[in-house]
Design a protein around this ligand. Structure first.
Ligand SMILES: [Zn+2]
Length: 516
């Protein structure tokens, strides 16, 4: 079977979000870059995004709006779908958990879990946060029964629910979470190991007071617990076009996922509950679960009450796609928390993209056009040891190694280092002085060729990270990227064609102004 890669970002709808917030934009951009990289590397990719639509929270929000939950979800999923297109997200499928196919998959999956004798009827008592759609362990000495995340009152629940025998899988889950590459980063892994070591408790998978959900067959008034339903969106998405035997089609259609990228707050569902459910249903577990951090703004948590929520749409309209992508990918080490700072954003975009990369291309292309008849000079091959060629080779190697290990910030920094070194090379050699002596002509040709060639490689390396900027760089160099030739093969030094035409340069990115 050909190599297969499944990347996911499924946004969890909630009462506060009627469109993607910066956190979902971040997750989705990361998945998009990885999906683009894997496609360029020749792997078969299914990049899935979508919305998880059921549950009490959504039911209540729709009620407040005075519309049916289905209409509410139709509206919102449309917004998400269009929003991802605006962000140039290269998703292959968009899954909605209110779709008929998803319901088939949930039912088929439930039958498998039942056949493993992992479902029983019990009584669920406890404090519930509707925002999290999760029971909370509340400390006995606390008088305020509030969710620490949502700061909203918890609700007491006491009802008959169907339970899943999570406790039966204690040993298997311990084994999985201790595997070296299953949970990343390491801090998150340790949290989960701690949680599991306290002993896994069975959890309820049905609700009797939630009508907006998938009905549990054979139990009147019971719908599936939103998480039991939502996690299966990862599976049903694969067979979203199927009309029958959907679960089998998903299993043979690419499951298991190579990686789930998720916010650290929902890691427990993905790294503990989900694998146990899958084992129970006789299915493979995902190969990796990556819990990324949260985004703050100017060092503060974003929240409605603080009035400091950063609207990603405003960023997109004001600055465009690539600047936001560059900041989120390059400035945040995947797995750690990140901070969005206006001034830092403007400085990084101006320094990295406008000054370092944009200027390099612009001035070299201008010199080349001026001295060599609007063309790339001949590659004279007169240097026995080509410094820039060595830099580029190392940068490409490190970049690939980092990307393969989902270290996107380090991959981005490799591209930037190559651009910095190329600028230094140009400044050290000063071709604008050398050109004054006729004898230096071959050397000048060599220097300019090398710098343009390095810029070509920079542009190619940017393709999965900043697709729009990469395309502009390529156009400026005479559109030499060939889609039919494997991308990795085009990263080899020396492929820029001597004496090919160079179009008139235009700035590939505008400098940003910082507004106080
Ligand atoms: Zn909560």
């Amino acid at each position: 079977m050909s190599p297969f890669f499944l990347a996911f970002s499924i946004a969890l709808l909630n009462a506060f979000n009627d469109k993607p917030h910066l956190g979902s934009v971040y997750t989705t951009i990361i998945c998009d870059s990885i999906a683009r990289y894997k496609r360029l590397a020749g792997e078969e990719v299914i990049f899935i995004t979508g919305v998880d639509e059921h549950g009490l929270k959504i039911q209540r929000t729709a009620n407040e709006k005075g519309i049916a939950p289905k209409s509410h979800c139709d509206e919102i999923s449309e917004v998400f779908n269009n929003n991802w297109k605006d962000w140039n997200i290269s998703f292959d499928k968009f899954i909605r958990t209110s779709s008929k196919n998803h319901e088939f998959v949930v039912n088929e999956f439930y039958e498998r879990v039942k056949a493993s004798d992992d479902i029983y009827m019990g009584v669920q008592k406890g404090w519930y946060c509707v925002g999290c759609e999760e029971f909370k362990d509340n400390p006995e000495n606390s008088s305020t029964y509030k969710c620490p995340i949502h700061q909203k009152n918890l609700e007491w629940k006491n009802e008959e629910n169907l339970f899943f025998r999570l406790s039966k899988y204690q040993k298997e889950i311990e084994k999985i979470i201790n595997e070296p590459s299953f949970i990343e980063p390491i801090e998150r892994k340790n949290e989960i190991i701690n949680f599991v070591s306290r002993g896994l408790k069975d959890f309820s998978i049905s609700r009797t007071n939630v009508s907006w959900g998938i009905p549990v067959p054979g139990y009147d008034n019971h719908t599936f617990y939103v998480w039991f339903d939502a996690l299966l969106g990862y599976v049903s998405a694969i067979s979203s076009d199927a009309t029958e035997h959907s679960l089998e089609k998903s299993i043979y259609g690419g499951w298991p996922a190579d990686v789930h990228f998720i916010g650290k707050d929902i890691l427990r569902f993905h790294a503990v509950y989900w694998p146990a459910m899958l084992i129970s249903a006789n299915m493979k577990v995902p190969k990796k679960v990556f819990g990324h951090g949260f985004l703050t703004r100017e060092g503060q948590k974003m929240g409605k009450s603080l009035g400091n929520v950063l609207d990603p749409d405003l960023l997109l309209t004001k600055y465009g796609n690539d600047p936001v992508r560059w900041y989120l990918i390059k400035d945040i080490s995947l797995g750690n928390d990140g901070d969005f700072q206006d001034k830092r954003f403007v400085d990084i975009i101006n320094n990295d993209l406008a000054n370092t990369i944009g200027n390099l291309l612009n001035r070299t292309s201008s010199m080349s056009r001026k001295w060599f008849d609007n063309k790339v000079p001949n590659n004279e091959k007169i240097l026995s040891e080509n410094k820039l060629e060595n830099f580029a080779k190392i940068a490409v190697e490190n970049y690939i190694n980092n990307f393969d290990n989902y270290k996107l910030d380090l991959a981005a920094n490799e591209v930037l280092s190559l651009a910095i070194n190329t600028n230094l090379y140009l400044n050290d050699n000063q071709p604008w002085l050398l050109i004054k002596e006729k004898d230096n002509l071959p050397l000048v040709k060599q220097i300019i060729y090398d710098v343009l060639e390095s810029t070509r490689i920079i542009g190619l390396l940017l393709l999965p990270l900043l697709p729009e900027l990469s395309t502009k760089i390529n156009e400026q160099l005479g559109s030499i990227y060939r889609e039919e030739i494997p991308w990795k093969k085009q990263l080899i030094w020396g492929l820029l064609v001597s004496n090919s035409s160079l179009p008139k340069p235009t700035p590939i990115i505008n400098k940003l102004e910082y507004e106080h």
